[in-house]
Design a protein around this ligand. Structure first.
Ligand code: TSX
Ligand code: MN
Length: 596
């Protein structure tokens, strides 16, 4: 489509303005069609950026530049007029300064390239909870991934033509092509010139220098979480880093669960989990983001604003997540996976026989004797949610699904029991605000360090995190007795021998079942200093071979161990600045008192 056909004034002006600044060779407005996707992929193959996978229909492998493999948190900025509005969890630069710096980078940055205009909807087109964005990018890799991860195309353009507002998201890989020069397979800029910038006061995103999805597919973390969370606070709703699933009891009663977990806790695995319990059913609604509004019924209704999964490949197998494996059987994009000799994607933890030979994620020969991993630890798959065999039939319901249960969690080898329930909404907000996870080799930082990641939103909250806690408290007041119950889980507790005490995966359905029965008021609970615990025998362990001492250890709460955590919790909350809500300070005092 020609950009001259754009009827939306704001969009037409913005396209012209960006083209004048970035000076691309041509401008192309995306229509979201299959033909467009195939044409784009064809060019990426011809240019050496994509490898078609003979063994996987409609699937392609990309290898990024070795410097451009993950989100860059220290190059991610939240630009608000006052520094205090960004808070202590965000990197702040004043808007004028940041824009001046970035404009000089954007100047002529698309020379030799096509500028793609990508109209997209986050959420089902026309849902009252959805938002429209338009991404301008000079990366065809971004275009094909946006086709899968968001709803791109003419229907969105029709809404824009009718004057609907949108969030402008500007992206450039920051690698202008000199006349006649051949392109590299993954253009990007050096790390110190990368900027992933957010201007929440004007609903604007500017990203420069990285082609990696988290930095470049601006519908997801940038619009979907950082900008949306700031909008949500202004407008009285929630934009959260949460999976959403539906669990159905043998009697046919439906429960909707939203869960926030830091990285390396298996969020996508839980989102697609199939219960081991007879008669219970789980369906996936989303694995990463939930947007939630209070409906006419006074309850909190959630949509998944995304259209696909952008999941970590290493560790994904038919043992850990068979549903994900089936979701990516065809029509998937793989990034930084290894390539097998017969033309398939491969990664560490995929299970099965170790191949005798691979091409690794850097394009080099790999054999089992090689010292390095064949796939990058943050290698990814991109696949449409519609391909998920357990996608919920209501996953695109414009009204969303009513949330019954919130789950927070973390990875803890000790101290934290399998499950506990918050005493109240305020206590639940305290659990979310102080949630912590031990770092694994998958993330940077020493293995086994405790990292606090409030609501799993530390890198994604588009305003002061203290104000975010207050927003949650305010939402709780509005929801009253219709507020979801809040729980905290830890699938990762170990015994003295370092063995996991809980089998996890499908068996987690037993924990979810207990939550559902608590929601229905069918079960009691016992008070502990940290929250409410299952009564003996209430957690359905039928058919498992856990020893009673192991179960006791799994569920145990040791006041002395928790007391030892208090200084860290206190220091952490204090480190977030002076805007910490009084309610959280009193929650901490009450907790200390309960520990005795
Ligand atoms: O995703 C995980 N979940 C949630 C599943 C719905 N993982 C993988 C984490 C890395 C991303 C888990 N790992 C879970 C879990 O519940 N639990 C564990 C720990 C564990 C690992 C292996 C076994 C038991 C527990 N058992 C055997 O290997 C036989
Ligand atoms: Mn995420």
């Amino acid at each position: 489509m020609d950009s001259a056909a754009v009827k939306n004034r704001k969009l037409g002006d913005w396209i012209a303005e960006v083209a004048a600044m970035c000076r691309p060779d041509s401008v192309y407005v995306c229509d979201g069609s299959k033909e467009e996707y195939d044409r784009m992929i064809g060019k990426l193959i011809a240019g050496g950026s994509a490898t078609p996978l003979r063994k996987r229909a409609g699937s392609y492998l990309f290898r990024s530049d070795p410097s451009d493999v993950a989100r860059v948190e220290d190059r991610t900025f939240l630009s608000t007029s006052s520094k205090d509005a960004a808070g202590y969890t965000n990197n702040w630069i004043a808007p004028d300064e940041l824009k001046t710096t970035m404009k000089s980078l954007y100047e002529g940055c698309m020379k030799g390239r096509t500028m793609f205009v990508i109209p997209f909807s986050m959420g089902p087109i026309g849902s009252p909870i959805s938002k429209i964005g338009v991404e301008i990018s000079d990366s065809p890799y971004v275009v094909v991934n946006m086709h899968i991860m968001t709803r791109v195309g003419l229907k969105v353009m029709e809404l824009l033509d009718r004057g609907e507002d949108f969030v402008p998201c500007l992206h450039s890989v920051g690698a202008p092509l000199a006349q006649g020069r051949k392109d590299v397979s993954w253009p990007c800029a050096p790390i110190e010139r990368r900027y992933i910038s957010h201007f929440p006061e004007e609903n604007l995103v500017w990203s420069y220098g990285s082609g990696y999805a988290g930095n470049a597919l601006l519908g997801k973390k940038s619009l979907g979480l950082r900008i949306a969370s700031a909008m949500a606070r202004r407008e009285g709703w929630l934009a959260e880093h949460m999976l959403v699933l539906r669990m159905t009891s043998p009697e046919g009663r439906q429960y909707h669960i939203a869960g926030a977990f830091p990285s390396a806790c298996g969020k996508t695995n839980l989102a697609m989990m199939q219960p081991s319990l007879d008669g219970w059913k789980c369906e996936c609604i989303g694995d990463d983001i939930a947007w939630m509004k209070i409906g006419p019924d006074g309850r909190l209704h959630a949509i998944n604003p995304e259209n696909g999964f952008f999941g970590v490949a290493p560790g994904t197998s038919y043992a850990t997540n068979p549903i994900a494996m089936d979701t990516i059987r065809e029509n998937a994009i793989f990034t930084n996976c290894a390539l097998t000799d017969d033309g398939d994607a491969w990664w560490e933890g995929i299970n099965g026989d170790l191949p005798a030979h691979l091409i690794d994620w850097k394009g080099r020969d790999w054999t089992p004797d090689s010292k390095e991993d064949a796939a990058h630890p943050n290698a990814r798959f991109t696949a449409a949610a519609a391909q998920c065999p357990v996608i919920c039939k209501d996953w695109e319901n414009p009204e969303g699904v009513p949330i019954d249960i919130f789950i927070f969690g973390g990875r803890r080898g000790s101290v934290v029991p399998l499950v506990h329930e918050a005493f109240s909404w305020e206590h639940g907000v305290f659990l979310g605000a102080t949630s912590a996870s031990e770092t694994t080799s998958a993330i940077i930082g020493a293995v086994g360090n405790l990292r606090r990641d409030p609501f799993a939103m530390k890198p994604f909250c588009g305003y002061n995190i203290c104000d975010y806690f207050q927003h949650w408290l305010t939402m709780g007041e509005r929801l009253g007795d219709k507020a979801p119950k809040i729980f905290y889980v830890n699938w990762f507790r170990k015994n003295e021998d370092g063995k996991f005490l809980w089998p996890g995966f499908s068996e987690n359905s037993r924990v979810l079942k207990w939550m559902c029965e608590r929601v229905d008021g069918k079960l009691g609970a016992r008070k502990s200093p940290i929250g409410l615990l299952p009564l003996e025998g209430d957690l359905d362990l039928s058919g498992l071979t856990l020893s009673p001492p192991d179960v006791r250890e799994l569920m145990s709460v040791d006041a002395a161990e928790w007391k030892a955590e208090i200084p860290d919790i206190e220091a952490y909350l204090t480190s977030l600045g002076s805007r910490l809500p009084e309610t959280l300070k009193s929650q901490l005092r009450d907790f200390i008192e309960r520990l005795g």
